[in-house]
Design a protein around this ligand. Structure first.
Ligand SMILES: NC(=O)c1ccc[n+]([C@@H]2O[C@H](COP(=O)([O-])OP(=O)(O)OC[C@H]3O[C@@H](n4cnc5c(N)ncnc54)[C@H](OP(=O)(O)O)[C@@H]3O)[C@@H](O)[C@H]2O)c1
Length: 401
């Protein structure tokens, strides 16, 4: 377990991977309200050089890195005279993640976050994990590295953070099953016919949460809940048949653990990611978070229902991926990233997303890479690349049809 620097009085040294995104900005918001408690080592983005440089200047970061080399000139210019180092390229992001830090927020979106997050894990300190795709595309490898380096892994995803808060890690045999709640997203009550015509604007308009574009589309398709199902499997070590997904439109109960005696322990709160981020930033302490307070009397009612597998095939596809094991989730995750980008780019329809994902996963598993184990980063990246190639081809054919 990492030393609690807050208890020793020394500021905690932080790195934020993906600092310009939705999770990154919420993390920066909390850090900037508690400047005496934190020192920023590294901030990273993909191409948003100006926002990154502004964050780095404001918090006095040691280094700011863009993954996209084309953004280097803009970053260098925006940091001129600040004394803050600038760097660019995917390797530079990994190097930044490897710089000694007490605590790292892993909030890059997609499988692009895997190598940097593994570099942070290798420090053997504390990693707050928002990037669920790491666990989906390389769960066995990722958890092995967490164990090997003695890293403290804190889940940021509100559902897993909720479970983390009520899970009896000392006596897991007392747990019967996990309940992962899902808002159901913007298309919760839409017919398949309406979903077929859904636009990117409608898909990203989440009813309860403000999030990045990719996870918002994943919420609309319920692939997000599927990815979280695999995330929960790796984080908490329960088999898929003991992880129940429940639609809960109000997003007040963030998830729950059902115990063998019939008790169900849940964590509740307003839907604001600054609560789980604050939990991770202060852990094992607690800190004040500037979030709306939950008023249960005003809330008045909480609803629950089982998800509809017909309208949301993502849940079946994800359960199949986990049951197949090996690189099936890796292929599924990569195909989903490509399909979501194609949908956001208006190349394919909303209902084409699960079709592209399932076809791609089946093709990868039937091909020469299908038998690989998720034991080395190179193997994962090879499967990821092959799935992206196949999914892009499929999306192009759909776009041309
Ligand atoms: N948003 C939420 O409420 C929420 C909740 C739970 C879990 N999560 C998870 O947290 C992660 C981040 O989500 P988000 O909503 O914050 O995403 P987002 O708003 O799209 O931000 C993504 C961040 O990653 C950077 N990035 C994108 N592509 C990259 C690449 N190839 N290499 C390096 N950096 C790259 C972006 O930089 P630019 O700004 O330069 O593009 C940005 O800083 C996802 O895995 C998501 O599933 C998010």
């Amino acid at each position: 377990m990492a030393v609690n620097e807050a208890a020793t009085g020394a500021p905690r040294r932080l790195t934020i991977l993906g600092s310009t995104g939705s999770i990154g900005k919420s993390t920066i918001d909390l850090v900037s309200r508690n400047r005496d408690r934190y020192r920023v080592v590294a901030l990273t983005a993909n191409a948003n050089a100006e926002a990154l440089a502004a964050q780095a200047r404001d918090l006095g970061a040691e280094v700011a890195v863009v993954a996209d080399p084309k953004a280097y000139g803009a970053l260098k210019a925006a940091l001129a005279g600040s004394g803050i180092e600038a760097a660019a390229g995917p390797e530079a992001v990994v190097e930044a993640a490897a710089r000694p830090a007490d605590w790292t927020m892993a909030a890059i979106v997609g499988a692009a976050g895997l190598a940097p997050t593994l570099a942070a894990v290798a420090q053997g300190r504390t990693v707050a994990l928002a990037n669920k795709e790491c666990l989906v595309c390389a769960g066995d490898l990722f958890m092995r590295e967490v164990k090997r380096h003695g890293t403290t892994l804190l889940p940021v995803d509100s559902e897993h953070n909720a479970i983390f808060q009520v899970f009896d890690f000392d006596r897991p045999e007392r747990i019967d099953h996990l309940i992962l709640t899902a808002s159901g997203g913007p298309f919760r009550d839409w017919s398949r016919e309406a979903m077929a015509l859904a636009t990117p604007e409608q898909a990203v308009a989440h009813p309860n949460w403000s999030m990045g574009a990719k996870i918002s589309v994943d919420s609309a398709s319920m692939f997000n809940k599927g990815l979280e199902f695999i995330e929960a499997y790796h984080l908490f070590g329960l088999p898929g048949d003991r992880i129940r997904i429940l639609v809960h439109p109000q997003s007040v109960i963030h998830s729950a653990v059902a115990y063998v005696d019939g008790s169900v322990l849940a964590q509740l709160g307003s839907p604001d990611m600054r609560t789980p981020i604050a939990f991770c930033l202060a852990w094992p302490d607690r800190m004040n978070a500037p979030v709306p307070r939950l008023d249960l009397a005003a809330q008045a009612r909480l609803d629950f229902r089982d998800p509809d597998p017909e309208r949301f095939p993502a849940l079946r596809i994800v359960r199949e991926a986990l049951a197949r094991g090996g690189v099936a989730p890796t292929a599924m995750n990569a195909a989903n990233e490509v399909a979501v980008a194609a949908f956001l780019g208006r190349q394919i329809g909303f209902l084409d997303i699960p079709a592209v994902v399932e076809t791609t996963m089946n093709a990868v598993m039937a091909g020469p890479l299908g038998n690989q184990a998720v034991s080395a980063l190179e193997a994962v990246l090879a499967v990821d690349a092959e799935a992206r190639r196949l999914a892009a081809g499929h999306a192009e054919r759909l776009a041309a049809a």
